[in-house]
Design a protein around this ligand. Structure first.
Ligand code: DX5
Ligand code: ZN
Length: 220
């Protein structure tokens, strides 16, 4: 049973200095982060290219923290074995991607990992309903995926966070609700008030003068 009411802080490595990524991951660990969020982008599902499984393997030895891998890629099912081998603990895939969603979620769990399902700001909540009883995490994107440093899209996304919380309580389900994009101390509280408990933050944490203080404050 995951405690969906405990706030978890997941710094996004996308916003870190990749030239010293091992140090940046250790910094997040020492700052009290709960998970490390890894944004994988293929330049096709989103308008940017970030990194692949080898980058996840590079990060793995430098922390015991949960590696929360977010696949912003068109064919996530095809690449699952590589990310599993790379050391991911959790893998989140997009409902909008080109795959059999239920089959991909099942394959992640069969490999012994936790599975997550993400939806973009423009995607209606109804699109994920068929899968909510098969996931360990619902990721409500709070920016259009592809780039860090964007502004939080409150109106388009908070109703979906609340809908995810209400549906979970109503059906007695058990999944974390994660938000990702434009999360800072202010928007973290707004998202948590609507039902989110996993807060992904890149810019606001990696650019903070004191990351540990920012993590503590964001945890509320
Ligand atoms: C969007 C990425 C970003 C990143 C966090 O594709 O997923 O949301 O994790 O970005 P910021 O800098 O907004 O916290
Ligand atoms: Zn992400």
């Amino acid at each position: 049973m995951s405690d969906c009411n405990t706030r978890l802080i997941a710094p996004s490595v996308l916003a870190s200095d990749w030239g010293i990524v091992a140090e940046e991951v250790r910094k997040a660990d020492a700052a009290g982060a709960d998970w490390i969020h890894l944004d994988v982008m293929d330049g096709h599902f989103v308008e940017n290219i970030s990194f692949g499984p080898q980058f996840v393997s590079a990060v793995r030895p430098h922390t015991e923290l949960t590696l929360d891998v977010h696949l912003m890629i068109t064919h996530p099912d095809k690449y699952l074995p590589m990310f599993i081998k790379a050391g991911a603990d959790r893998i989140t895939v997009h409902v909008e991607a080109d795959h059999d969603v239920a089959s991909t979620l099942r394959a992640i769990r069969e490999a012994g990992l936790k599975c997550g399902l993400a939806l973009n700001p423009a995607t209606p909540f109804e699109e994920v309903i068929p899968f909510l009883d098969q996931i360990d995490l619902l990721l409500v994107m709070t920016v259009v995926p592809g780039f860090g440093g964007q502004s939080f899209m409150e109106a388009e996304t908070m109703p979906k966070v609340a809908a995810g919380r209400d549906y979970r309580e109503e059906k007695g389900l058990d999944y974390h609700i994660e938000v990702d994009g434009g999360i800072d101390l202010t928007t973290a509280d707004i998202a948590a008030a609507n039902g989110a408990n996993v807060l992904v933050a890149g810019t606001s944490l990696y650019k903070a003068p004191d990351m540990a203080a920012a993590v503590t404050q964001m945890r509320g």
